[in-house]
Design a protein around this ligand. Structure first.
Ligand code: FAD
Length: 311
């Protein structure tokens, strides 16, 4: 069993899931309870499972509880996401020590999305570059550090070049691997992959993929924060299964909504599998699937795409 995800990535393509801390007790039981989604996901033998962190630290207790459960499942490395906004250096130091005390030594070092109207980060650190430098200064090599990379450029970056230069800075400050932001545009991804290589970035690239299962979630993920390009093929699937009310119609009731949702999901699963194929031949080091705290559809994608050998 590998101790570091980067050891896996240097040897072969890694495969992992991302979950989030549910807000309710029922949701937690469903995820980490006996026979719950987490144990089902670990049965697929991912190399690691990461758990998101609510910016500002609102759900930190639940985040640690989920990661403890990952840690307890044999052989799967737990990775915590961590955002620095709203925290003092002292608070960051304490939280990171707490992760180490729980045996969690992999971290995705992020800045966090600034809530609307904020003019600064509300904390001592301003960017993920600083968080990476801080972790290395305070904790040496105790953490394996992942950082975010945005193939289309971060939504607030002044240019793709500026964004790539900060990614290089994250590498220089001690990051170990890159986890990418959602990107459905393979031409853009391939351009970015070549551009980061030209900039001297040699870190393994772990690609984040959100299964396309629901049209509202897909549109929300693409456009509520990230400004992602929707390729024609994906836009067609949304159009052919359109479920949203027409603002010019007085009675927008659509009797076919359920059938359209089911047909969207089928087409979306096929689309996701095709995307995984394209990424796997693009010279990447890992596929990171947002499991969305679900098993059945995610397992189907994993099995039908052939990411794992079922021996
Ligand atoms: P940064 O790298 O700090 O970049 C932010 C902006 O500042 C960019 O425009 C960048 O170009 C610019 N920049 C970076 N460094 C500098 C510098 N030194 N000087 C000047 N400008 C700079 N959010 C959560 O709240 N919880 C999560 O669990 C979570 N998980 C995520 C997982 C992944 C894989 C990704 C890609 C994102 C995740 N996010 C999460 C969202 C993330 O917090 C936001 O995208 C956030 O807006 C930026 O985080 P970052 O680490 O990319 O920031």
């Amino acid at each position: 069993m590998a101790n570091k995800v980067t050891d896996v990535m240097n040897e072969r393509m890694a495969f992992s899931f991302e979950v989030f801390p549910p807000k309710t007790e029922k949701g937690m039981a469903n995820l980490i309870g006996e026979g719950g989604v987490l144990s089902q996901l670990t049965s697929l033998q991912p190399d690691y499972i990461s758990c998101t962190y609510g910016a500002g630290g609102s759900n930190v207790g639940l985040n640690v509880e989920v990661l403890d459960a990952v840690k307890a499942s044999n052989g799967v490395i737990p990775i915590t996401h961590f955002t620095c906004i709203g925290h003092t250096k002292d608070s960051i130091r304490q939280q990171l020590q707490n992760y180490l005390d729980h045996g969690i030594n992999h971290i995705l070092a992020l800045r966090g999305d600034l809530p609307f109207g904020w003019t600064g980060t509300g904390g001592d650190l301003h960017y993920a570059t600083e968080l990476v430098a801080f972790i290395r200064k305070e904790f040496g090599d105790k953490f394996t550090i992942g950082v975010a990379g945005s193939p289309e450029g971060h939504i607030t970056s002044r240019s793709l070049e500026a964004d790539i230069s900060f990614l290089k800075q994250k590498q220089d400050n001690g990051a170990d691997f890159i986890m990418t932001q959602l990107c459905w545009d393979m031409d853009q991804f391939n351009y970015w992959r070549d551009a980061i290589a030209a900039a001297g970035i040699t870190l393994p690239v772990d690609v984040g993929i959100m299964p396309v299962l629901d049209s509202a979630a897909t549109i929300n993920m693409a456009l509520s924060r990230n400004g992602c390009v929707l390729p024609r093929k994906l836009a067609e699937i949304i159009s052919k299964n359109w479920i949203f009310p027409n603002p010019f119609v007085s009675d927008p009731y659509d009797a076919d909504v359920d059938a359209k949702k089911a047909s969207f999901k089928e087409a979306g699963i096929e689309y996701t599998i095709g995307l995984i194929d394209e990424y796997r031949v693009a010279g990447i080091h890992g596929i990171h699937l947002y499991a969305l705290n679900k098993y059945d559809d995610v397992a189907r994608i994993v099995k039908e795409s052939g990411i794992i050998d079922r021996v």
